[in-house]
Ligand binder design. Structure first.
Ligand SMILES: Cc1cc2nc3c(=O)[nH]c(=O)nc-3n(C[C@H](O)[C@H](O)[C@H](O)COP(=O)(O)O)c2cc1C
Length: 396
């Protein structure tokens, strides 16, 4: 599970004790968890339990001194939110847009592109009641994820739907991301000359790491395939290293061929050449060359990976996004060069020039080129949003 910031909202259900097991596991998995509990939730479990599990004070009161803006700030801080257990009352309050207490105000102020999961828990009649079902449908329409309940014996002695999912099922569900799987490649390749030396490039992986974090946060299951020394994202689900062009190519064939990826963002800086010969003989990665005298390297051209990514992929519906970096070119020239890459097997190309990319990546101008349109961006968060629109034009 990614190391996310989680806002965990507990409401008044007898199943609140199960939520404590979920919170405990999220914390053990490295997530930063902030809890908010409705006054009813605190009739079932103590604030001390929640604070003990998370190391953070539980939010309860909209009017608490010194925390007056928690109802706005907590949702902005969080990567995603969980309402667990979600009582029938809180589902109704949220569906109606009421903001009379801390829980209601947080949920009404929830940003619409941030994931929010509801795990309902209630008596079977409450759950099956048409009003509750309408409320749950409204929450789904608003873009929140409403998870099913379990079926079985309920605390009230009745049997049926409405039982809170078990902690393991909740954790498993949270791992299944909303948008599917995305593969992001990052950083430089290294072409070995001998066991010590290599040919490489200036790529740092900063752009790819920023995109990986942003896509993880909004609900992609991100696998990050990175060159040696590339910056690593804080939140990707899986991180796989590569060294040379050949290793990257092989890893891409394996990953894309063996899994159903929805998108591949190919931001790695791939060497156009590999070492064919060193002083007339094949490169030998087990030894160090004698440093005296001249060194003669033979280079062989590598094939272009980007146009092959669809062919490597098990899922033919995969969207392929490439990068084209130029140096000291006019923006219109950079765009023209990148335009040449767009093709049947490439859905979009990010055109950018090294001279325009600030070291901290806060300013990272460029253009996202799609078939039939161009979208300029000034920073990586705008770029991530434009790519997301390409992948899910109607949102989700
Ligand atoms: C013992 C007991 C158990 C309850 N269990 C549930 C429950 O599982 N689900 C539910 O929706 N309401 C349950 N309720 C009712 C809620 O706690 C009540 O509707 C409350 O107002 C919910 O407030 P909240 O949504 O602000 O937390 C229970 C009440 C009691 C007294």
């Amino acid at each position: 599970m990614s190391k996310s910031k989680v806002l965990f909202i507990l409401t008044g259900s007898i199943a609140a004790y199960k939520a404590c097991a979920v919170i405990s596991r999220l914390v053990q998995d490295g997530c930063e968890v902030q809890t908010v509990a409705s006054p009813s939730a605190l009739k079932f479990i103590g604030a001390a339990t929640l604070e003990g599990l998370t190391g953070k004070k539980t939010g309860v009161d909209l009017w608490e001194e010194g925390r007056a803006m928690d109802h706005i700030q907590l949702s902005r801080w969080a990567d995603y939110g969980i309402v667990c257990p979600a009582s029938a009352n809180t589902c109704a309050v949220t569906a109606a847009g009421l903001a009379g207490d801390l829980v209601g105000a947080i949920l009404l102020a929830w940003p619409k592109d941030k994931p929010l999961h509801f795990f309902p828990a209630m008596n079977v009649e409450m759950y099956n009641n048409a009003v509750t079902q309408e409320n749950l449908a409204k929450l789904s329409t608003r873009g929140f994820t409403v998870h099913p309940t379990g079926d079985g014996s309920l605390a009230c002695g009745e049997t049926g739907a409405g039982r809170l999912l078990e902690p393991e099922q909740i954790l498993e569900t949270l791992k299944t991301k909303k948008f599917g799987s995305m593969l992001i490649t990052a950083g430089p390749t290294r072409e070995p000359i001998d066991g010590i030396r290599f040919l490489s490039n200036v790529s740092t992986g900063q752009t790819a790491a920023s995109l990986a974090d942003q896509f993880s946060v909004i609900g992609w299951d991100v696998t990050y395939l990175h060159g040696v020394g590339a910056k690593l994202p804080a939140r990707a689900a899986r991180i796989i290293p590569f060294g040379s062009f050949a290793e990257l190519d092989e890893e891409l064939r394996r990953e894309l061929g063996g899994n159903d990826y929805g998108a591949v963002v190919h931001a790695a800086a791939v060497s156009d050449y590999s070492i064919a010969s060193v002083n007339g003989a094949p490169a030998d990665a087990d030894h160090k060359l004698n440093s005296a005298g001249e060194l003669s390297l033979g280079l062989k051209a590598n094939h272009k990976i980007l146009p092959r990514l669809k062919e490597y992929s098990r899922s033919k519906k995969i969207k392929v996004i490439g990068f084209k970096l130029t140096l000291n070119q006019d923006p219109s020239e950079t765009t023209r060069i990148a335009q040449g890459l767009l093709g049947e097997n490439i859905d979009a190309v990010v055109a950018n020039d090294w001279s325009m990319v600030a070291q901290d990546r806060r300013h990272h101008p460029g253009v996202l080129l799609k078939h039939g349109s161009e979208q300029p961006f000034a920073d990586l968060s705008t770029l991530a949003k434009s790519i997301q629109i390409l992948l899910y034009p109607g949102g989700k």
